[in-house]
Design a protein around this ligand. Sequence first.
Ligand code: ADP
Ligand code: MG
Length: 536
Amino acid sequence: MTALVVTSKRSICSFCGIARQRYVISLNKRQKRFKSTQLKQLKQDVEWQPVIGLEVHAQILADGKLFSGASSKYGAPVNSQVSFLDSALPGTLPVLNRRCVEAGVLTALALKCRINKVSRFDRKHYFYADLPAGYQITQQNHAIANDGAFRYIEYGEREEDCVEKSARILQLQLEQDSGKSLHDDLEARSLIDLNRAGIALMEIVTAPDFHTGNEARSFVRELRLLLVTLGTCNGRFSEGSIRVDANISVHRPGEPLGTRSEVKNINSINCLKKAIDFEIERQIEVLERGDEVVNETRSFDKDTGKTVPMRDKESKQDYRFMPEPNLPPLHLHSLCDVSPGSCSGVIIDNVEKKLPALPNEIRDYLMNKYGLNLYRANFIVNGEIVDVYEKLVATRDINKFTSFLINHFLNVILEHDSTFSESGISPESVGDLYDWYINEDLSLLNVQKIIRGLLDGESKDPKYLADMWNVWQINDDEYLTDVCKKIIQENPSQVAKIKKGKKRAINKLMGEARTLTSDRGNLTKMSEIFKKLIQD
Ligand code: ADP
Ligand code: MG
């Protein structure tokens, strides 16, 4: 008997996260008659459940570092922001930065965590060139906050696939960042920049509550927005202000969780999704081959889209945790515990008063006030354009303006990998572009051309671009009719086709209409004129 041709197809459901492996067996006629149990066994339908937990490192937006007064500003010349403590000079002592504690408490409150009134700092030892002390001060065992939950929106392929989900937060801890090694391949050497050494991080650890790369990505996108709203982190992935470690395992539903691998230091939300999806596929393949998943740290290679084991792969590292002897336990207070004016520590109630409106509250507000659906409200909140939206929509048609803003404005900005605040486009420009579009002064095509021009920095003024490129729409009926007549005259065969009922033949004429008017003719009008002229 000739060999069977077995092809496999795997798909991962983006909602339940269950991976389905289908084996399709192609049989020749003789094989089809050969119905052995062996064949039936081959035709299996295996199901795997991926499980993901995240550790998000967010740099705290503060003037100083966690235990020193050195600046934490990004982009300064190398080693220009290093205190004696940051370079681990003997005899230096850590002094806790109050602002970092307040930022940690504020974030933990927004994540609905339990704030621990007493937390502690530990030394976590490991040896690396960019860690001069040989240890990092962290809060692994007695963190500032635990047991929270965070609601986020997961986007699907379509607008109506947008759903609200929730993930548990296991812990929020304060810790120091390390320095940076700069590898000079030409000279085959590494140089150390300690500007980042000692900057305060919040490590936010989630429960293993995600099942797909898309869920994890949606969570981090929204967490970023929360931190930016709170002002506790600038949220800039490009500056390394947010870095994510993803723990990934797969198991069969109903069985204990599988062995996980950890993909370290992912610094973009799209890479996070890709890394997780790749890792899920890889682990399923390993398990189906009959091998075991190794508990290891991996890194994601952007260029190949694959995860690879990290060089320092070794048996479980022993960090020799010990209490930090130079720092007392961190005490936080409630107003009810202290007499007025007598407490110099951080008072939780006072921090709580600084909580601004949170993204999911603003989303609910937009849905109630303007009747927006979840997708639209979320798009506007994520686009960081709520104030502008409210100002502009007040004098415009809600439905039309919202559609324009999402589908034709924010989407173009997203395509450019930008955000509204980064784009430098003024709120007035957004209003003008919409008004010109609605009043038929500009076609959608040219509105988008202008938005791209603004994003490319061609000018800050949309009117200037419209004038310079001469793209104002031509609506003059007489002129448009003349152009249409000319096109009809020059394309008798297309006209004949339309008359015979071939509706699509009109596309050719519309193409000519665009060319002859240099994309300025009002196409809706021209389409009507064509129909009328051809009917007559
Ligand atoms: P460690 O101390 O080794 O870092 P933790 O218990 O702190 O381990 O968990 C770290 C992260 O790994 C958490 O986000 C947690 O949700 C996640 N995690 C734990 N077990 C699994 C698993 N089997 N699969 C996927 N993620 C997991
Ligand atoms: Mg950990």
